[in-house]
Design a protein around this ligand. Structure first.
Ligand code: HEC
Ligand code: HEC
Length: 473
């Protein structure tokens, strides 16, 4: 969603005029006029009347300051060092980052924090800043933002430029999923990774998949790598690319059917400061899931596929979508084909798991087995993360707002998250950062987070074992 601030004075003048028209009758002049000085937030994106060159110039000059503000926030919250866990890699070989990265206040330690409980943590303002919702790189502006490595590869293959003139992606590469990620098909497990180490695009999808997919799936894949207009990437003057853009493809975020951690703002919430930053979830394993979207809980892959391009691409604003060239996918011949391909994307192999999704003792370490016991016992994790895929296909409200007072963080109103989807933990080491808004960088962070949220008071040893177990999933 765009906040073109220079439109505000004109809007305000109109509002003031309207308000006075009404209050002349009602008589509440003072109250109404003071409200009119702060116009209520609108559900609609403002219409851009400024020349493109003026907007671009202004946004470009603000870019460095915005990046700096976000970098300072990240540095204050997290230890951002590149520290790989020895010998632990994602399915394609990228190092997994280790250690708790959320910083604690001076003099605090995790056990002391866990001993306090929600009320005391809130009263003492001891909730770690890294456990608060993470704002978008520019929350007031929002929109899709892609990591640099993806932008470079798309430029190389397709000469399509996903660079925004106003914003860059904010998290360092070592905290992101591997790129390009391997692709495993539910229909052809015998083939292993079918990506051949390439990023699947409109240039190569046919050569890579002809003979492996049926024609319907191949056509679905073509649509998943075909660009369609979007809020920031389109051909109108209301865009955030220097040159008019053909748009984005599904796999610009769900790269190779997995994720490259591209981010944007959820379309469902108003006003802007309440919208959640959202981390692109992997599409691996959508075939066994029953709810889609961190909050929408749409019921089918088909529904989400249709919704993405029609609604999420345009921040849930069909008014602006028409102007920018929304492509309405036809349900029977296009949405179904795309969804059929999406449902072929399998979780990565987990050689230590048996048919129930539990560890095979013969293949597992002592620490992993102890971690499994904590997961199913004292940690209570399995109440929601149910094997074999480690999801209950439900939403849960973790009520983190018990631990802090509502507060503004770089344009994001950090408050209650509401019910969020229980994301599956199968293949979880391949999908950092964690939680729906990217707020946690490592699995160790998720263990500290849930230890507080669930008030489980795990020991240091139990926490270490839990991480070992999750790396085996
Ligand atoms: C900004 C990059 C981006 C693009 C482009 C994109 N998605 Fe997504 N996708 C996301 C994010 C972020 C979510 C999580 C949405 C939420 O939490 O509400 C998501 C969620 C989904 C889900 C639900 C996954 C789950 O685990 O609940 C499906 C299915 C999906 N997208 C398919 C698609 C398809 C099909 C396209 C192309 C039409 C597409 N996406 C384009 C970022 C993207
Ligand atoms: C009450 C249900 C519930 C319990 C119990 C629970 N979780 Fe979760 N888990 C969730 C929900 C809901 C999310 C998504 C939260 C979000 O994105 O904001 C989640 C997300 C996660 C994620 C990140 C997933 C991703 O894709 O980003 C990890 C890792 C995780 N949980 C681990 C654990 C561990 C370890 C435990 C036990 C110590 C645990 N969970 C207990 C509901 C639960």
């Amino acid at each position: 969603m765009h906040h073109v601030r220079s439109n505000r004075p004109a809007l305000r003048a109109i509002l003031v005029a309207c308000t006075f028209g009404v209050v002349g009758i009602s008589g509440f002049v003072g109250i109404q006029a003071s409200q009119a000085r702060q116009p209520p937030p609108s559900s609609y994106s403002p219409v851009v009347e400024e020349p493109f060159a003026t907007v671009m110039q202004r946004k470009k000059s603000a870019k460095a300051g915005i990046a700096q503000r976000q970098a300072e926030l990240l540095r204050a919250r997290y230890d951002m060092a590149n520290r790989a866990a020895p010998g632990i890699t994602m399915s394609g070989g990228k190092a997994v980052q280790e250690g708790v990265r959320v910083k604690l206040a001076a003099g605090m330690d995790w056990d002391a924090l866990a001993a306090m409980g929600p009320d005391e943590i809130r009263a003492k303002r001891a909730w770690p800043a890294g456990f608060l919702p993470l704002p978008h790189p520019d929350h007031a502006e929002g929109g899709m933002v892609f990591p640099r490595f993806h932008i470079d590869e798309i430029k190389r293959q397709e000469q399509r430029d996903l660079t925004r003139f106003d914003l860059d992606f904010d998290l360092p590469d070592h905290f992101l999923p591997e790129f390009p990620a391997p692709i495993f098909l539910t229909t052809r497990p015998d083939l292993g990774d079918v990506s051949q180490g390439k990023l699947v695009t409109i240039e190569n999808y046919y050569d890579l998949f002809n003979g492996i997919l049926n024609p319907k799936q191949l056509e679905g894949l073509r649509l998943l790598v075909t660009p369609f207009p979007q809020q920031q990437f389109n051909q109108t003057a209301d865009r955030r690319t220097e040159r008019p853009s053909r748009g984005v493809v599904c796999f610009d975020c769900h790269a190779n059917g997995h994720t490259n951690a591209s981010t944007h703002l959820v379309g469902d919430i108003r006003p802007q400061q309440f919208r959640h930053r959202i981390d692109t979830p992997t599409l691996r394993g959508v075939n066994v899931q029953r709810l889609f979207g961190s909050q929408r809980a749409l019921k089918t892959v088909e529904d989400f596929t249709e919704f993405e391009q029609r609604a999420a691409y345009f921040d849930g604003d069909p008014v602006i979508a028409t102007k920018k060239g929304v492509n309405v996918l036809e349900r029977g011949s296009q949405v179904h084909f795309m969804a059929e391909f999406e449902a072929l994307l399998d979780f990565p192999p987990a050689p230590k798991l048996n048919v129930f999704g539990k560890l095979d003792p013969a293949r597992s370490s002592e620490s992993e087995l102890r971690g499994q016991d904590v997961f199913f016992g004292k940690g209570t994790c399995s109440t929601c993360h149910v094997p074999p895929y480690y999801t209950d296909n439900l939403m849960h409200n973790l009520k983190t707002e018990r631990f802090f007072e509502p507060q503004m963080v770089n344009g994001r109103m950090a408050s209650a998250d509401g019910p969020i989807k229980t994301f599956p933990l199968r293949g979880i080491k391949d999908s950092p950062p964690y939680l729906h808004d990217d707020r946690l960088l490592t699995l160790e962070d998720t263990v500290e987070f849930f230890n507080l949220v669930l008030e489980t008071k795990l020991s240091a040893e139990e926490k270490k074992d839990l991480v070992a177990f999750m790396r085996a999933l």
